[in-house]
Design a protein around this ligand. Structure first.
Ligand SMILES: O=C(O)CCC(=O)C(=O)O
Length: 286
């Protein structure tokens, strides 16, 4: 496996807890993924009566839903909260009201699989210290024009806990992301703040609960905007506080994100995402 990052980039990732790599993915391949995501959305969208509303400002709010808890080995659609009018009717065609697709497109769809597994991604994972990276979950986030909700400040380790900590986010801008359409924000060096909470399954495995051992929220100031052109890859340390704003603009902000863990770390059996039938695979194509 070759190396992709320079020593200076690796040092920057270690210092800041994130690294922005413009033009990492080919723009044409991003557009192909975009088209595929919209096709999957049309194919998999549930009727609004069965809809799980994904409230983007609190993942735990939809976590009692079996549709969500079993989505780790499926392709499922989650609606935006603001997709519905006051009478509970969808404001637009159903597939244009989605918050995201999740959470196994990388294993179940050939276009997503090919986008998610390349020698360059494998080299990158090695460069940042992952010994045996496994792709755990994928999310295609639509952040639709005008209704795309905010994602509150969180760390990915909170939701995908391993011992020792190993989760890394690989976030791709599929559309240009700006402060107007809800780009990502991250706290430089924030990965050195001890993680404050952990979400995990309850005893009956029917919902998630949040253990909160530090009541102080993550700092609300000091985060920097990660504006990103289509094709940019942002690497995010699992302990890094990050968020994204609501999209109040008329431009969608599609993004694709993969969360990978290290096979050498212990993945806890009460994490919400459990894979019982689909084996986890790495960044290599087989
Ligand atoms: O794309 C977004 O708005 C949020 C993504 C995120 O929080 C993540 O990938 O961990």
């Amino acid at each position: 496996m070759g190396t992709f990052l320079s020593p200076a980039q690796i040092a920057q990732y270690q210092r800041d807890g994130f690294l922005v790599l413009p033009d990492f993915a080919d723009a044409g391949r991003c557009l192909e993924l975009r088209e595929r995501a919209l096709a999957l959305a049309r194919e998999h969208v549930p009727s609004p009566q069965l809809a799980t509303i994904f409230t983007a400002d609190g993942q735990a709010l939809h976590a009692s839903d079996e549709y969500f808890l079993t989505s780790g080995e499926a392709i499922r659609c989650f609606f935006e909260k603001d997709a519905f009018d006051t009478d509970g009717r969808l404001r637009a065609e159903a597939h244009l009201c989605l918050n995201k697709l999740g959470h196994a497109m990388h294993d179940l769809d050939p276009v997503f699989d090919a986008f998610s597994r390349t020698p360059r991604l494998a080299a990158l994972a090695g460069d940042i210290g992952m010994h045996d990276a496994l792709l755990l979950q994928s999310m295609y986030i639509f952040k639709q024009a005008r209704i795309g909700g905010e994602v509150i400040c969180h760390t990915d380790h909170t939701y995908l806990w391993t011992e020792p900590r190993s989760v890394v986010g690989f976030w791709f801008a599929i559309d240009d992301a700006t402060t107007e359409n809800g780009c990502m924000w991250a706290l430089p060096g924030g990965h050195r703040i001890p993680v404050k909470n952990r979400s995990h399954l309850n005893a009956s495995r029917t919902a998630t609960i949040m253990d909160q051992w530090d009541k102080q929220p993550y700092p609300g100031t000091g985060l920097v905007a990660l504006e990103a052109r289509r094709g940019t890859l942002v690497l995010l340390d699992g302990a890094l506080p990050h968020r994204s704003g609501a999209n109040l603009s008329d431009k969608p902000r599609h993004a694709y994100t993969i969360h990978a863990i290290d096979a050498e770390a212990n993945y806890l059996p009460d994490n919400w995402l459990q894979r019982t039938t689909l084996p986890l695979r790495g960044f290599g194509s087989c």
